[in-house]
Write a protein that binds this ligand. Structure first.
Ligand code: ADP
Length: 756
């Protein structure tokens, strides 16, 4: 343990400190050397040096010393001392002194001295500490300034490796640093240039030097080369350093500089204006930026193209010999208006302008557009900030996620259903920040109100700020059908199918009922007919003429009734699925010779109507139930005869793709357009002053036609009808119908039904 030595004489301390300062490079080295010096020369047990520039944390006691700018001394450390000092006390130290090192508000650090000497620091020590603190601070301060200047110089070396010649000038006016372009420009090497006076290089009078020192731009020629002239712009770095930017203004150089600039820039237009503000030269970027060839602008006054906010003369007034920077709106007579930034500076009676696109304004405009897009879009969109807080959302997002008012400021992550989705969104944000956007990310979101899951596929797009950095993100979500919704749809489908089944069953039941009733009616009618026939033949002697006539009426009406019942039975059979088709090869030429058709043809002729039956040569045989096909013909031809008084009835059979088409045409009374859709309905008969028909119909004929044709997978309709001129019915039957087996098989019921 080194015992604390008595304080050294003040004069010696000052000498030693100054020597230490001289021997140290930067202030940091100096402070740490001072720490070592104190430890050895004052017999301090431990010295702690804290460097302020290293952003070290100072304890409250150290902060106090720094704020008051006075050393803090505490003799007799104990468990009652300030928290940070108790620690020293626990380590066996008896006294502590903290020296603040700071100057002009700049903190360099603290030096804490700890001693195990029971006697503590003597008053002499305190004086010494105060002086030491003062002198170290002041030396550190000047070292810091020097370091700063040195750093500035290094900075210029590094940052001004561009083509502009630059110089650093000391307070005595000599060159202490020059960048490469400056060396080239003045055609000197470092040795020749460093230490030389500015006036050794340039033609400078006293007044120009004074202007430079005041910060004004001056123009000067070169001593060595009279042809070259320069613009020198000064900026003061500190008391001892002046930075000069040298811009060669001589003609040759200017042209060269220009071409360099032109090469470099596509979104900047450079131009030179003469004294009268007319454009004397303009770079070729004019084409792309202004949409107008630069040659056409040369000679024109630049002022004429500025719309907002001011004229160039105002700008130049503001310029008053120096520089101008501001926003302008340009228009060149074409449609486009261009928002741009203008930097202008005056030199040698000319104005040099650089016009660059105003990206900030474009960005603001884009932001406005983004807001519109978000608002108007039907896709759910949520705008969030970098931390994932919702900034805004559109109404589609409101509906999808059930976002209420005041959702702004809610974390997007709270809308996620699970951790995986949260992680996916976080990743998407960082990908979008780097790549601009990321698409098709599957995430499970939730509705904010009832917290139902909303699986989505998302696109995340970064919204950039003026510096091109992602400041916000746009989340576009497309909802995927949830399992629940698919189930809902399936439920609805099942319900609909049930309804259809129920309806079918009911309708079958109804047909079955009609079938049963009709069937039961047939027996009594047949009996009535049988007995009335018997009466007519057997009782011909006993019955009066009048009685015989009545019985004949009973017989005729019963026959009509039976016909009606048969038809009702037929429709019911067809509809209830009892009818099975007996498929065979059907030839249309042979059908013509069928007895039923033949008798219809006869009836036709009896009525004085022409009858024709034409089958095209290419009509093939079809697969169908021949009896049912004949029934279709019978009903249609029967109707045609019924409703035609003069003219003709013609049948025309032709081939269509995969089917055979049959037209049954008459020249009868016709059917109005509004009635056509009704006639295929059961029991439908048009009410009109019909020519009374013998045994006129039941309104079931066309229903039967329609049922039979559909059973064969064919179609029937009225293709042409004019009231008073006639009607054409057309039915088509497939050549080879794909009829389900169950409709083909004969069953017992069918045999019985047919047998009746
Ligand atoms: P109906 O047994 O009364 O003939 P349909 O079902 O066969 O029953 O016909 C329904 C109605 O369609 C007929 O009452 C008639 O008004 C009309 N109709 C059918 N065919 C013709 C036709 N060729 N010309 C004019 N009207 C017809």
């Amino acid at each position: 343990m080194i015992e604390m030595q008595p304080p050294i004489p003040i004069a010696r301390l000052v000498m030693d400190v100054l020597k230490l300062s001289r021997e140290s490079g930067g202030y940091r080295e100096f402070i740490s050397k001072f720490g070592e010096y104190v430890q050895t020369n004052l017999g301090i047990n431990e010295v702690i040096v804290k460097d302020g520039s290293q952003s070290q944390q100072f304890s409250p006691i150290e902060e106090t010393a720094l704020n008051t700018n006075k050393p803090y001394t505490e003799n007799g450390l104990s468990g009652y001392s300030a928290t940070e000092l108790i620690e020293y006390s626990n380590r066996g130290y008896k006294c502590c002194a903290i020296l603040p090192i700071s100057k002009d508000g700049k903190v360099f650090g603290t030096i804490t001295m700890l001693s195990k000497d029971e006697a503590g620091f003597a008053p002499d020590h305190s004086t010494l500490f105060s002086i030491a603190s003062e002198i170290v601070s002041s030396e550190a301060g000047s070292k810091y300034e020097r370091d700063k200047s040195f750093n500035v110089a290094k900075y210029f070396d590094a940052s001004f490796s561009n083509m502009m010649p630059q110089l650093l000038i000391s307070s005595e006016g000599s060159i202490i640093r020059a960048n490469k372009p400056a060396l080239n420009c003045f055609d000197r090497n470092q040795k020749e240039l460093y230490g030389a006076k500015l006036s050794d290089i340039f033609e400078l009078d006293k007044q120009s030097v004074e202007l430079l020192n005041k910060g004004s731009i001056i123009e000067a020629g070169l001593k060595a080369d009279q042809g070259k002239s320069f613009e020198i712009s000064p900026s003061r770095i500190n008391e001892s350093l002046l930075h000069l930017m040298i811009n060669e203004t001589s003609k040759a150089k200017e042209a060269e500089e220009r071409s360099k600039l032109i090469d470099r820039s596509n979104d900047q237009v450079f131009m030179t204006l003469d004294k009268d503000l007319s454009i004397s030269w303009i770079s070729s970027a004019s084409n792309s930026m202004f949409g107008i060839n630069g040659d056409l602008l040369v000679g024109k006054r630049f002022t004429d193209f500025i719309k907002v906010p001011t004229t160039i003369s105002d700008i130049m007034q503001k310029l008053s010999g120096t520089r101008y920077y501001g926003q302008i709106t340009l228009s060149f007579g074409n449609d486009a208006e261009l928002n741009a930034n203008l930097s202008a500076y005056k030199s040698s009676g000319r104005i040099y302008c650089i016009i660059s696109k105003d990206y900030e304004r474009i960005l603001r405009f884009a932001q406005g557009m983004t807001d519109d897009v978000i608002g108007l879009s039907n896709d759910p969109m949520i705008e969030i900030d970098k931390l994932g807080y919702i900034v805004s959302h559109n109404s589609a997002a409101e509906t999808l996620f059930k976002l209420g008012n005041g959702t702004e400021g809610t974390q997007i992550y709270s809308l996620c259903a699970d951790d995986e989705s949260r992680a996916k969104i976080a990743t998407s944000l960082s990908v979008a920040a780097n790549n601009g956007y990321i698409r098709d990310v599957y995430v499970n979101m939730i509705e904010l109100k009832d917290r139902t899951e909303v699986p989505c596929v998302q696109t995340v797009k970064a919204i950039l700020d003026a510096n091109g950095r992602a400041s916000k993100f746009l989340l576009m979500s497309k909802e995927l059908l949830t399992k629940r919704r698919i189930e809902q749809i399936e439920d609805a489908k099942e319900r609909a199918e049930d309804e259809v089944k129920k309806f079918k069953a009911e309708s079958e039941l109804k047909s079955q009922f009609i079938y049963n009733i009709s069937h039961d009616l047939k027996t009594p009618i047949t009996n009535i007919m049988g007995f009335s026939k018997l009466l007519l033949t057997d009782g011909s002697d006993t019955l009066s003429k009048e009685q015989k006539d009545y019985i004949q009426i009973i017989y005729d009406e019963s026959e009509r009734f039976l016909e009606l019942v048969k038809q009702v039975l037929d429709v019911a059979k067809l509809q209830s699925g009892i009818v099975k088709l007996d498929l065979q090869q059907v030839n249309f030429n042979e059908i013509k010779n069928n007895p039923s058709i033949k008798s219809l043809a006869e009836a036709c002729q009896n009525k004085g109507l022409e009858f024709s039956w034409v089958v095209d040569y290419d009509v093939p045989e079809i697969t169908a139930d021949p009896n049912r096909v004949i029934q279709v013909f019978s009903n249609l031809i029967g109707n045609a005869i019924k409703f035609t008084e003069k003219g003709s009835i013609s049948i025309r059979v032709s081939r269509k793709k995969g089917s055979v088409s049959v037209d049954v045409s008459d020249t009868g009374i016709g059917i109005s357009k509004s009635d056509i859709p009704k006639i295929f309905k059961k029991f439908y008969q048009l009410k009109r002053g019909l020519i009374k028909q013998e045994g006129s119909g039941t309104g079931l004929g066309l229903s039967i036609v329609s049922e039979i044709v559909h059973l064969h997978h064919g179609q029937v309709r009225v293709v042409d009808s004019d009231v008073g001129k006639g009607t054409t019915f057309r039915f088509t039957l497939p050549i080879k119908p794909k009829i389900p087996k169950k409709t083909l098989k004969y069953n017992k019921a069918e045999h019985q039904a047919d047998a009746i």
